[in-house]
Design a protein around this ligand. Sequence first.
Ligand SMILES: Nc1ncnc2c1ncn2[C@@H]1O[C@H](COP(=O)(O)OP(=O)(O)OP(=O)(O)O)[C@@H](O)[C@H]1O
Ligand SMILES: C[C@@](O)(CCO)CC(=O)[O-]
Ligand SMILES: [Mg+2]
Length: 318
Amino acid sequence: MIEVEVPLKLTLFGEHAVVYGEPAIAMAINEKMKIKIVPYHKMVLKSNSLSIKGIKVDLEEMKLESEETSRVLSYALSTINFFEKEYGTRKNALIEIESPVDPSVGLGTSAAVIVGIVGGYSRYLGYELTREEIAKISHKIELTVQGLGSRMDTYTTSLGGLIYFPKGGGYEKIRGEIRITAGYIRRIATTAEILKRVKSLKEKNPDLFNDLISSIGKTVNKAKIAIEKEDEEEIGELMYVNHGLLMSLGVTLPPIDNLVSTAKILGLKGCKISGGGGGGSTVCLEDERARILLSTIGAKIVDARISQEGVTIKEINQ
Ligand SMILES: Nc1ncnc2c1ncn2[C@@H]1O[C@H](COP(=O)(O)OP(=O)(O)OP(=O)(O)O)[C@@H](O)[C@H]1O
Ligand SMILES: C[C@@](O)(CCO)CC(=O)[O-]
Ligand SMILES: [Mg+2]
């Protein structure tokens, strides 16, 4: 049996802008997706947190036929098919995914599913991939499924830690500690859908769009310096600025906008939406009042302690 653990992630700065080559900062957290892979007589996927809205069932074979099924399973299916296409191998298995959070809430579950299956299924096939190799393959798969996207989520969940993604590519681990309070609410759309909306804004108003994302890029670079100097005042101020710029991109949601502006009035150091947006996750610099504010919008608090460890893969002889 292969057992995989993948940390989820928080985007601290630069979401969406990073898709267009700007920098970003993300952090792997203590919320871990667990994936188990065991030999089986056919290829079966089991996942505790997925649900499907609307079903179409072949009653003879009791087989789900709805398009919704393939959409919801698209990341997992594409990852399994990747190995058949690239490595010419397919070995039947029962793949069981256990997620600590709901899907599509801004915590990188799409990246974690891909990273977990790439790491676990490649080991099941007898390959020993490094975390960098897992990240590279996973980014390629997520990009294929979504059509748009950056290396940020797949690299953060593969490598772990607090990571700066510079303009133009690569990554750099950041020293320094940042203590966060974070929670999530349900989202109105998936990241893939929100990315498409942002792209249409770029096509409609390229000059304005470029000004917005380059301002986010400047915010990220200032935040990197502030994190390294452990200057919480500056980090927090930049979180509010980044949230305002994401509001202008149209990716926030009124309950989170209200929370962020209330946080600012109450004197919390910093808060912003995190991840794809449209609801989902909110991050604040650690503060008991942030937990209270998050609970007022019905958010589920997550364990936002940093996970220095990235994806871990264990082979267990049964
Ligand atoms: N436990 C799971 N099992 C299988 N697939 C999952 C699971 N969790 C998430 N997914 C896949 O990931 C998709 C959600 O990806 P999406 O990018 O919208 O959210 P996210 O990655 O959590 O947020 P963000 O990209 O903003 O960080 C789901 O629709 C599903 O296809
Ligand atoms: C919105 C985005 O920047 C972060 C999603 O968690 C998309 C990406 O970087 O692939
Ligand atoms: Mg995602």
